[in-house]
Design a protein around this ligand. Structure first.
Ligand code: KIV
Length: 275
């Protein structure tokens, strides 16, 4: 089934759960897409899991486009959402539309995601007016790490929870088709899910969101620098990879790889001429 922004709304109306994962390259996007995922996010989490940085702030529009192109080739049915990196939409609505447009025209994305509430509503409205579907993102928005004073759960007091609810309504009103809720108490995420008509996609926001998203390296056990509480490791692929790589190293060292079947042949008559 081909997924679109419309599919996301239909899933919410039919009370069917949406599934999303991140991907950053062709091979992984192909595997994820073949499993029947609804959406793939080229997240600015690539700053941490691909570039090895401490946060997402260094990620550029060009990097997101580069990875979006690769993902797009691998994914046939998933909705492709490109993350708008830090400072690619904060300056003005015009800057936001230009950069969102690049994600679509150059990267091949179907939609963009951007972080924040009231302060980016003008940008969301402008991008939607340019006919580009927008996914909002509230809660622990990693681009605000310095303003938050660290990666901290958001919406734990009445005041901050109320602000999240108000922001969610503003994002819906500005025309976004979906909303990521990251690291907010599950009861607050549940409330937001009830008061907005667009689907909520949770990450560390409990089971009552309309869908879930995870970073694939986290859920496959490939990124162990820090494993957040909300991550479930469905496999320990990191260990499997290490076993395979150690096997390769030792077989090369002891001469058991490559075998004859991994090698190419030359006719004896041609070979004789070399001597
Ligand atoms: O950048 C990202 O991968 C994200 C998800 C964690 C929602 O924003």
């Amino acid at each position: 089934m081909k997924n679109s922004a419309l599919t996301f709304r239909e899933f919410k109306n039919q009370r069917k759960k949406l599934t999303m994962l991140t991907a950053y390259d062709y091979s992984m996007a192909k595997i994820i897409d073949e499993c029947g995922i609804n959406g793939i996010l080229i997240g600015d989490s690539l700053g941490m899991v691909i570039k090895g940085e401490q946060d997402t702030l260094s990620v550029t529009v060009d990097e997101i486009i580069y990875h979006t192109k690769a993902v797009k080739k691998g994914a046939k049915n998933a909705l492709i959402v490109s993350d708008m990196p830090f400072l690619s939409y904060h300056v003005s609505a015009e800057q936001a539309v230009k950069n969102a447009g690049r994600m679509i025209k150059e990267g091949g994305a179907h939609a963009v995601k951007l972080e924040g509430g009231a302060h980016v509503i003008e940008q969301i409205r402008a991008i939607v007016n340019a006919q580009i579907p927008v996914m909002g993102h509230l809660g622990l928005t990693p681009q605000s790490v310095n303003a938050f004073g660290g990666f901290k759960i958001q919406g734990k007091s009445e005041e901050t929870a109320r602000k999240l609810i108000e922001d969610a309504k503003l994002i819906e009103d500005a025309g976004a088709f979906a909303l990521v809720l990251e690291c907010v108490p599950k009861k607050v995420a549940e409330l937001i899910t009830q008061v907005v008509s667009i689907p909520t996609i949770g990450i560390g926001a409990g089971e009552n969101c309309d869908g879930q998203i995870l970073v694939y390296q986290d859920m496959l056990g490939m990124f162990n620098d820090f494993v957040p509480k909300f991550v479930k490791q469905y496999a320990n692929v990191g260990t499997v990879m290490k076993e395979a790589i150690k096997g390769y190293i030792s077989e090369v060292q002891d001469g058991s790889f490559p075998e004859d079947k991994h090698s190419f042949k030359i006719d004896e008559s041609e070979l004789e001429k070399l001597y």
